[in-house]
Design a protein around this ligand. Structure first.
Ligand code: UT7
Length: 336
């Protein structure tokens, strides 16, 4: 057995320039800045200019920044794993369009579907691929364009006000012996498929001939549906559970963690989780106020911002925890 470990050696993020404030949304639907801030903590989010920016564009900017941060070029990576729930095309997804834009030869790429836990699922895959020697360097990307798939009208307001567009990326590299970057110590993943329909998009649906009808389109069946309170309750139970499981597996005490990065679905969920575990608020880094819920992109965006803002220093322990559609829940621990 070699001492081959996997390290995060670069981070990057990108969000579209167009800022959409809560006030902007009140012109499209019956909502208010007060309702949105009180229930979710969100003040604004970013939306792409429709028809001008694609998911692959967002992923490209984030990936280039992560590669530059790692001191690498596109030709240095061996595989791309891209997590998304808002694929550029039903098939082949988003990663192939990123592959083309990056110009990476004929290395493999794939889309991974685990919704808001997609980044941590992808990171575990990259960690395994690197530690077992299958690949030396894996680019892991979380990328979402939600704004073109939510109903920006009163009918869809419960979901529409929460989501934003963005991308985050990290480079995962092998090291034999001497540490090369931030070591991935532990990642734990879970799922519970019986709750798949509590937060989902039903149509287009391949169980159904033609996949979609005009009637379904008019009824708004292509938009995400969520039982908000049910999801909230499960999130605040599962997130502490999987975080503690991960820390236990790594023999790390909760109080020894320097920074907690929670999925950015709702500031109230994160405050609830932190309070239930007696985590001091200053150890939790959030950016939901500015970007909303970017699903698979939220955690790599947090990582990129936390390092650039000096919130995450060399040698510190960072714990990342997420919950989302599927249901999925996951946590990862990294020595930065
Ligand atoms: O990322 C994946 C994981 N996702 C999550 O973790 C999200 C979990 N759920 C939540 O964060 C919360 O449930 C929400 C923020 C989505 C909603 O907050 P809530 O306190 O659970 O509100 P609610 O759904 O119970 O709705 C309360 C009221 C309803 O009106 P009535 O029936 O009391 O008259 C809604 O129709 O608020 C109304 N409402 C709105 N009002 C203004 C729903 N959406 C809006 C809106 N603006 N955007």
């Amino acid at each position: 057995m070699t001492d081959r470990r996997a390290h995060i050696t670069g981070t990057g993020m990108y969000v579209p320039e167009r800022v959409v404030t809560n006030e902007d949304l009140t012109k499209l639907m019956d909502t208010s800045d007060e309702w949105i801030q009180q229930r979710s903590g969100i003040r604004e989010r970013r939306h792409v200019e429709p028809g001008e920016e694609t998911p692959a564009d967002l992923a490209l900017h984030a990936s280039r920044r992560a590669l530059e941060d790692a001191g690498l070029g596109p030709g240095d990576i061996d595989c791309i794993v891209l997590a998304t729930l808002s694929a550029q095309a039903d098939f082949p997804g988003t990663s192939f369009f990123l592959h083309e834009r990056l110009g990476v030869g004929d290395i493999p790429c794939m889309d991974l579907r685990a919704q808001c836990c997609g980044f941590l699922y992808s990171l575990q895959m990259a960690d395994s691929l690197v530690r077992t020697g299958v690949y030396g360097r894996v680019l892991v990307v979380g990328c979402e364009v939600h704004s073109t798939g939510i109903e920006l009208a009163t009918r869809g307001r419960d979901v529409a006000v929460l989501f934003g567009d963005g991308a985050g990326a990290v480079v995962v590299e092998a090291s034999d012996g001497a540490p090369k970057g931030s070591e991935i110590l532990e990642i734990r993943l879970h799922a519970e498929g019986r709750h798949a329909k509590k937060l989902w998009v039903e149509y287009p649906n391949s169980c159904f001939p033609g996949r979609l009808t005009h009637e379904l389109l008019d009824a708004g069946a292509i938009y995400p549906k969520m039982e908000g309170r049910f999801v909230f309750k499960h999130a605040v139970t599962r997130m502490p559970e999987v975080l503690l499981e991960t820390l236990n597996a790594a023999s790390v005490k909760l109080e020894d963690v320097d920074l907690f990065l929670f999925h950015q679905a709702n500031l109230r969920i994160n405050e609830f989780v932190a309070k239930s575990l007696e985590i001091p608020p200053e150890k939790v880094f959030n950016n939901i106020e500015r970007y909303g819920n970017c699903s698979a992109a939220s955690i790599p965006m947090l990582l990129a911002e936390a390092t650039r803002q000096g919130r995450l220093a060399k040698g510190q322990l960072v714990a990342m925890t997420a919950f989302g559609s599927g249901f999925t829940w996951a946590s990862g621990l990294v020595r930065w």
